[in-house]
Design a protein around this ligand. Structure first.
Ligand code: MLT
Length: 410
């Protein structure tokens, strides 16, 4: 009989968001009259920007005539999109990238997972707690860990606690690790890293020959000046960091699918013989073998995000979501809750009232307010006692949800 990958059996329950979906389905089948408001998974609700949509349509039309038709595209992405990213996404930050350093893909979730292909299993990995579950679970899946303990910590991974006491910015590990995942602005806590915070991580990585996986999927939601949008704004980061970025939240592409991963040419890792070798070349090899690129119309749409008209429109939608974030934050504070995030990130991280567990609070809000958020403990043991609300809803739903929660807690 074929043997399965036993590592998958180490995983706890289902992936967080399908598990929430399952519970909501059970509730709504039993209560068909309940008008459920979903502020759980960070999924966008507003339509694509008109300029982006037009480029998308134009891209499809190109496929209708022989002259412009496209078959397989470059696995790394079309040059028109890579050029737009270099000029419009990175240059304004003072970051110079080469075309060969950007890899366009169909999502940051996949890239954050697939990147593990090019790293040896015996690397020591550190992740934050709470954390975007993909970082944890994909390390379990590839076999880097033992079993989970009673709390949910997997043997072999280093967990960096992000708590109220450290303002959800973890301390640098007191031991040597080879890979560190960082996500700023943070999912789920909404915390940001200052330049000084990131410099400490870059210094640590350079001193320990470690690689930082920097997930910048929410950088477009930073509202305060001075907060880095890219790890490469920090001196030396090109020698120690891989950056993931996404069009999902920035431009409403959760269903359209487009993202990018940056691997600078300077970034090296060690071979089994102790020689230095390029991670950029290895990722290129991996992508050329396992990936056939993002569809041409989608890349046309993505490039239009960086046109003058496109960016103005995209920014309006980002502002709309961040206004939701403000309304949620201030509404919940007025209801007496302790609330974090929501200033430079589209997530609001609230402390459950009266020490209630995350899942109990989830069930309470689902059954009594018909509002769905995400239990903090689903992001890791240190998320226990917290609950995350997403600001990606429509305004009417957001206002209605806050009103229901306020009345419930009054
Ligand atoms: C979230 O809600 O944490 C995100 O939507 C998940 C994701 O981006 O995959």
């Amino acid at each position: 009989m074929a043997r399965l990958n036993d590592n998958y059996l180490k995983l706890k329950a289902g992936y967080l968001f399908p598990e929430i979906g399952r519970r909501v389905k059970v509730f709504s089948e039993a209560n068909p009259e309940a008008k459920i408001i979903r502020l759980g998974i960070g999924d966008v609700t507003q339509p694509l920007a008109p300029a982006v949509l037009k480029a998308f349509h134009d891209g499809v039309d190109d496929l209708a005539n022989t002259d412009d038709f496209k078959g397989y595209g470059p696995e790394q992405g079309y040059e028109f999109l890579i050029d737009a990213l270099i000029e419009k996404a990175y240059k304004p930050l003072g970051v110079e990238l080469k075309k060969s350093e950007i890899f366009v893909s169909d999502g940051s979730k996949c890239d954050c997972a697939n990147i593990l292909d090019i790293f040896a299993l015996d690397n020591k990995v550190a992740i934050c707690d709470p954390v975007y579950p993909v970082y944890n679970d994909t390390n379990v899946m590839v076999g880097r860990t033992g079993e989970a303990d009673d709390k949910g910590y997997y043997e072999g991974l280093t967990y960096l606690a992000c708590t109220e006491d450290n303002h959800f910015t973890p301390a640098i590990p007191d031991k040597k690790v080879d890979i560190v995942y960082l996500c700023y602005p943070n999912n789920p806590t909404g915390a940001v890293a200052t330049r000084e915070d990131l410099k400490k991580w870059v210094d640590y990585a350079l001193a320990n020959d470690a690689v930082i996986f920097f997930d910048a999927a929410y950088e477009a939601f930073i509202t305060e000046p001075g907060i880095p949008h890219s790890i490469y704004e920090i001196e030396g980061a090109k020698r120690c960091a891989i950056e993931f970025r996404s069009f999902s939240k920035t431009a409403g592409f959760t269903g359209v699918r487009c993202a990018l991963t940056v691997i600078p040419e300077e970034l090296m890792a060690e071979t089994g013989n102790g020689e230095k070798s390029s991670l950029n070349k290895l990722w290129n090899r991996r992508q050329s073998t396992k990936f056939n690129g993002v569809s041409y119309p989608v890349q046309k749409a993505a490039a239009a995000v960086y046109s003058e008209e496109g960016w103005t429109q995209v920014k309006e939608t980002i502002d709309y979501y961040m206004e939701n974030a403000r309304l949620i934050r201030e509404g919940l504070e007025a209801a007496g809750l302790t609330v974090y995030g929501g200033v430079n990130a589209p997530y609001i991280w609230l402390k459950t009232p009266n020490g209630m567990s995350s899942w109990d609070f989830f069930d309470k809000l689902l059954s009594e307010c018909h509002v769905v958020g995400t239990p903090g403990s689903g992001f890791g043991p240190s998320g226990e006692g917290f609950y995350r609300l997403s600001a990606f809803g429509g305004r009417e739903n957001v206002l209605e949800a806050i009103d229901r929660i306020k009345k419930n807690l009054a």
